[in-house]
Write a protein that binds this ligand. Structure first.
Ligand code: FUL
Ligand code: CA
Length: 712
């Protein structure tokens, strides 16, 4: 006797009976019975057993977090007003005084940029706190902002919730303000403050513990160096327990996790090989060799601690007006995107909120451009609709159709033991593409160690690109290529491949004005953001024309000349905006009158190198008599500026002995805007020139990023 246990089995039985009934009209069979039979049969087959996990695997909170991928940082605190990156701890609460603070603006921009959350610096190394903590006077409650009645964490949290963003808290364990820093009492203070932050503001998705400790500080007036044993001083296990109790869903960030780890640099770059597995017990926050030895994760790592790439949209984490012209460009931001999210890491981009209390217009523009470009790059997944076949299939429930259903939780995998496998895609016609996206179903562990992408050319397979690890998400970028059939080969792994999603895309070329540079000897070279773009240039002062004067290699520019250039995308035919550089005399034959061999850095045509002149002047022999009409001075462009010339004098000489001053003045606002300064004067014929710093902005020895002359 057959026991019919449920409706499903009853249905299966009916299907089987149906197949026994053979005398049905043939076309009826084909059109109706046959499809129903097939659907019924597959329904009746049992779902194959899932693959065994490969340890370590993410826990529930890590699984929820990994989907976020992209979220933002807000560095806004006392440093914003002291114009520092690391405050000393002796700042006064009165200094904290934003004039137009609007956390809603931050949250709106973050949401428009596609971010899923925001993390704020509740307390940085200087110890000032953004909420009215009961445990310190060094807080907003003693500042003029909102007459001391404000709570910035509250405003921030409300603004984030209104935009549907998750909320994260950055809390610096190092505190240069607190008198007890270094003693056990301070650790109690830290836990008291964490309790306030994690109890009073609703759900927190990430708690960010910074590993930095620079030793010296104000420490309540002691003004001394205090070093702590980073491994034991904070008693992390107890602090972690506290966070778990108050915020069970929160990810804990530090170099050592326990839930999410630092990527080991502040460029926003993960690695070609990035494991979410970490030998966690060998690592602690702030350890010196973390970046070199541990940041990539390890194939045999014992714990699941995925990487997070943190980077600021400007050079500094905090706002400095002098970095207004250094907001990251679109190509820089896209490189970050592909090297972080595209390399198995989450991405945390920082906004240095300005002294008004707003995200600066330039930062807003840059982040929204990036969001637009990401959308454009991934607009159409060519794999959807392609004919997809695998070399191996585990069976029901793990079909290749799971690879393009947009659902991370459904996946394709192979039979046990079949680590090497391939997926073949037939687009039905030749298509052009330049991106391959793969997601591993890491909930069962990270596996893949090597994979390749091939395309079919006249019946042969040719390699297009290759990668090592995949993890939660991996995106390969490569030049435009065309094919009707492609193949993804999983070559090596810690186990059989378990793949959630694949995508093939044709990202539009990143059309950015090309970069024009010149060597001291006068060789000009022009480069486009992407190799496949054609460059056209002009030297006659007019805009370049597509098809005229194609750039094919460097050329000489020895005299005053304006070089214009555009980059053209061969596929779309679109051209970039025009790049322009005004060159003057080439500097190769100039001689520096200085015994310091570093002085050459003032005339090496590299804007990022600089020379510090103890004598506060730069003297040059131009090698010949020249009709001079002015000079240019580029202040040093390094991260921590020093010695910008504020008041200058310019002198000329025919013999290098007797000098005549031809110009004198000030470089206004150079401190806030260290861009190239240009000074013109009545034409004078001369061979020797000298730029003197009569005063530097900070009183330090004068620095020279680059010096040039004007002859037209
Ligand atoms: C670092 C800190 O020292 C920086 O000031 C910044 O907060 C960055 C995110 O982390 O370790
Ligand atoms: Ca899927």
């Amino acid at each position: 006797m057959v026991l019919i246990e449920d409706r499903g089995q009853l249905f299966c039985l009916r299907i089987q009976i149906f197949t026994l009934f053979r005398k049905v009209n043939h076309s009826f069979m084909k059109r109706f019975i046959w499809p129903v039979f097939l659907i019924g049969l597959s329904y009746c087959q049992e779902k194959a057993a899932p693959p065994e996990p490969i340890l370590p695997i993410p826990d529930e909170r890590q699984i929820a977090w990994q989907e976020l991928e992209y979220y933002g940082f807000v560095h806004f605190n006392m440093n914003t007003f002291s114009d520092r990156e690391w405050g000393f701890g002796d700042e006064k609460p009165e200094q904290f005084n934003p004039t137009e603070l609007d956390a809603k603006q931050w949250a709106r921009i973050a949401r428009e940029a596609g971010m899923k959350g925001l993390i704020i610096t509740a307390k940085h190394h200087d110890g000032f706190v953004l909420w009215p903590s009961a445990y310190t006077e060094h807080s907003v409650k003693n500042s003029p902002w909102r007459d001391g009645k404000g709570d910035l964490i509250r405003e921030f949290v409300d603004a984030c919730r209104a935009e549907g963003l998750k909320v994260g808290i950055y809390y610096s364990p190092w505190d240069r303000n607190h008198p007890d820093y270094g003693k056990p009492e301070y650790v109690t203070y830290m836990r008291n403050q964490l309790t306030e932050l994690l109890s009073n503001y609703g759900e927190i998705f990430e708690v960010w513990f910074d590993g930095a400790n620079g030793g010296t500080g104000w420490y309540g007036g002691a003004n001394e160096e205090r070093k702590v044993d980073k491994f034991s001083y904070y008693d992390w296990p107890t602090t972690i327990e506290l966070v778990r109790k108050l915020q069970p869903g929160a990810m804990l960030f530090s170099d050592a996790g326990p839930d999410v780890r630092w990527v080991g640099n502040e460029h926003g770059f993960a690695y070609e090989t990035t494991w979410s597995n970490l030998m966690r017990d060998s690592v602690y926050a702030g350890m010196p060799e973390f970046s070199e030895k541990w940041a990539t994760g390890q194939e045999n790592g014992t714990h699941w601690v995925p990487a997070e790439s943190d980077v600021s949209i400007r050079p500094g984490w905090y706002y400095h007006a002098y970095e207004d012209h250094k907001v990251k460009t679109l190509p820089e931001l896209m490189e970050i995107y592909y090297k972080s999210i595209g390399q198995n890491s989450s991405l945390l981009i920082n906004f240095p909120v300005d002294t008004r209390g707003l995200i600066h217009e330039k930062d807003q523009e840059a982040i929204l451009k990036m969001a637009g470009k990401i959308k454009e790059d991934f607009a159409v997944n060519l794999a959807i609709g392609a004919d997809l076949e695998s070399s191996s299939d585990r069976g029901k429930g793990y079909e290749v159709s799971n690879l393009t259903d947009g659902d991370f939780n459904t996946y394709w995998t192979t039979l046990d033991g079949q680590i090497q496998a391939s997926l073949e895609l037939d687009f039905g016609k030749s298509v052009s593409f330049n991106r391959l996206l793969i997601q591993e179903f890491v909930n069962l562990g990270q596996r893949v160690k090597a994979f390749t992408l091939e395309k079919e050319v006249n019946g042969n397979w040719e390699k297009v690109a290759e990668g090592t690890t995949i993890g939660y998400k991996r995106i390969l970028t490569f030049p435009d290529t065309e094919a009707q059939k492609i193949r993804i080969n999983f070559m090596d792994g810690k186990g059989i491949p378990v793949i959630s999603e694949i995508g093939v895309y044709s990202a539009p070329a990143l059309l950015f004005p090309p970069k024009i540079s010149r060597t001291p000897d006068g060789k000009v070279s022009i480069t486009a953001a992407e190799e496949s773009q054609q460059i056209y240039f002009s030297l006659d002062g007019n805009a370049p024309k597509v098809g005229e004067n194609a750039y094919s290699g460097d050329f000489d520019v020895l005299e005053a000349t304006t070089v214009h250039a555009i980059a053209v995308d061969s596929r779309s035919g679109k051209s970039s905006e025009v790049a322009r550089v005004d060159f003057d005399l080439a500097k190769g034959s100039w001689k520096l009158i200085s015994s310091d061999s570093n002085a050459i850095k003032a005339i090496d045509e590299l804007s990022n190198s600089y020379w510090t002149s103890p004598a506060n002047e730069l003297t040059l022999d131009l090698g010949q008599q020249v009709d001079l009409k002015g000079f240019t001075y580029l202040p040093m462009q390094a991260r921590y500026p020093s010695g910008y010339i504020a008041d200058y004098a310019f002198e000329v000489s025919a013999d290098g002995k007797s000098w005549k001053r031809v110009a004198q003045g000030e470089f206004s606002n150079i401190q806030n805007s260290p861009i190239e300064q240009m000074v013109r004067f009545e034409p004078v014929n001369s061979r020797f020139v000298r730029l003197k710093a009569l005063r530097t902005a900070d009183g330090n020895a004068a620095t020279f990023g680059e010096f040039g002359v004007l002859t037209r």
